[in-house]
Design a protein around this ligand. Structure first.
Ligand SMILES: Cc1ncc(COP(=O)(O)O)c(C=O)c1O
Length: 455
């Protein structure tokens, strides 16, 4: 074991291929269904939305897929990202556990999201796409995509959840800085947006609706615009595995191997990106790390949702996939400030949770913000509230190790910094945040809205 605290790779050690979990999934993947016919989708349907190269990655069972040189070249702007041992946090907790974190907040826009944004922009450019359309919640994904599109000289339209568009202007301004057009969703530019506005002109919007608006805009553009996904889809998760592949090398430098691997999960991309290379070791190399995906108790997709086929978006314009879901009409409670608001979960993460390869854990809002503050005071970094969910569980695991007098190695993904999330931290400091657990009756209610799929 090394007594160093920083594990830095040089740019020649950026992985040359992404890891594709499809090659090792212990259960066969479920079909992706057409939103209207409920039958398996054809590549033709998907090709309206994305280039064939990405569709092929979505269904590929090759274990490793080469990272194109132009993508690796851009990765060098911030990759390899550091892995650090949080010794000051360990001391503060007085724990025998060793806590490591991989820090994705060093990317130019402050999160893991560019790892796939750059790849998607590259493949679209290669296929001749002129402009992309996407959705964003608080804006982390939108800013990554805006930067990537500016690198490849492509247009970008972003449907941003209205409440964030007005209350959190800074990421919107970053997107505009890179040349993107940003709309407050619901808009009257799409049928799905108009339908919501007709019922509720003051609707604050939801991530599910922004997705409907983005998919619809691409679908009716006659091929002029394609859709870029920020999470959930297999190719997105795969692009993120650069994180875990680097982390494996860095743990080796540290001379330790994690007993516990932790990531927060919204749609599943940073969790999968960090954890899947370790899951690969569990599935094929006899390792036994516990792998934990963490979600908010107010949006408890994996811990309270149902594992079933559901639409990926609110309006039923996007494909249907089998996943843990709270129902596609889910709107998160207003009081929830910590992100991770999507109603579903990536199909592969859902399958691994269902099969018992990944543990799912829900944490409450106040304890999550408390963990973020504790982490900042020890390590200096202000984490994105999303990432703070992983910190909460890392601290809980370290405290359990202390109680048990057990040396445990814990590794988590710090998916982004929270410099644009200070209003949420202010609300926490002022005592304005509350805990909220999503009621089980609401989950039961949502079941009635699921598509009826006959096996
Ligand atoms: C910093 C950060 N971490 C995590 C997430 C959750 O998304 P995912 O589960 O796709 O990584 C987000 C989503 O916007 C994010 O901005």
């Amino acid at each position: 074991m090394s007594d160093r605290t920083q594990f830095l790779l040089d740019e020649t050690q950026i992985p040359r291929a992404w890891y594709n979990i499809n090659a090792d999934l212990p259960v066969p993947p479920q079909p992706v269904l057409h939103p209207g016919t409920l039958q398996p989708v054809t590549p033709d349907f998907l090709s309206v939305l994305m280039p064939m190269s990405l569709i092929q990655q979505e269904v590929s069972t090759e274990r490793y897929i080469e990272i194109p040189e132009p993508v690796r070249d851009i990765y060098r702007l911030w990759r390899p990202t550091p892995m650090r041992r949080a010794v000051r946090l360990e001391r503060l907790l007085d724990t025998p556990a060793h806590i490591y974190y991989k820090y994705e907040g060093v990317s130019p826009v402050g999160s893991h999201k560019p790892n796939t944004a750059v790849a998607q922009a590259f493949y679209n450019k290669q296929a001749g796409t002129k402009a992309l359309v996407t959705e964003t919640g608080a804006g982390q994904w939108g800013t990554a995509m805006a930067m990537a599109c500016s690198f490849f000289d492509m247009g970008l339209e972003v449907f941003m959840v209205k409440v964030s568009h007005t209350q959190k202007p800074y990421r919107r301004i970053v997107m505009e800085h890179f040349g993107a057009k940003v709309y407050a969703s619901p808009t009257n530019l799409t049928q799905s947006g108009r339908a919501v506005l007709e019922k509720d002109p003051d609707s604050p919007g939801s991530l599910g609706l922004t997705l409907s608006e983005a998919v619809e805009t691409a679908a009716v553009s006659g091929g002029a615009k394609k859709y870029a996904a920020g999470s959930v889809l297999g190719h997105v998760l795969m692009h993120q595995t650069v994180i875990g592949l680097e982390a494996l090398q860095q743990m080796e430098m540290a001379g330790e191997y994690p007993d516990v691997v932790i990531g927060c999960a919204g749609g599943g991309s940073n969790f999968a990106g960090f954890a899947y290379p370790f899951v690969h070791q569990n599935l094929t190399a006899g390792k036994r790390a516990r792998i934990i995906a963490v979600e908010p108790a107010s949006c408890p997709t994996m811990t309270k949702g149902t594992y079933a086929f559901d639409w990926a978006d609110l309006a039923g314009a996007a494909p249907i996939v089998k996943m843990h879901t709270l129902g596609h009409s889910f709107v998160p409670p207003e009081i929830h400030a910590g992100g991770l608001r999507y109603h579903g979960m990536a199909p592969s993460v859902s399958a691994l949770v269902d099969h018992g390869d990944v543990e799912a854990r829900a944490v409450k809002q106040l304890e999550t913000f408390a963990a973020a503050v504790q982490f900042s005071k020890a390590e200096g970094i202000i984490p994105a509230p999303e990432s703070a969910h992983a910190i909460r569980v890392a601290i809980d695991e370290a405290l359990q190790a202390k109680q048990a007098g057990q040396k445990k190695v814990i590794a988590f993904n710090l998916s982004g910094h929270g410099h644009f999330d200070m209003m949420a931290y202010q609300a926490y400091q002022r005592g304005e945040l509350k805990d909220y657990e999503y009621p089980a009756e609401k989950v039961r209610e949502a079941l009635s809205t699921l598509p009826q799929i006959t096996p």
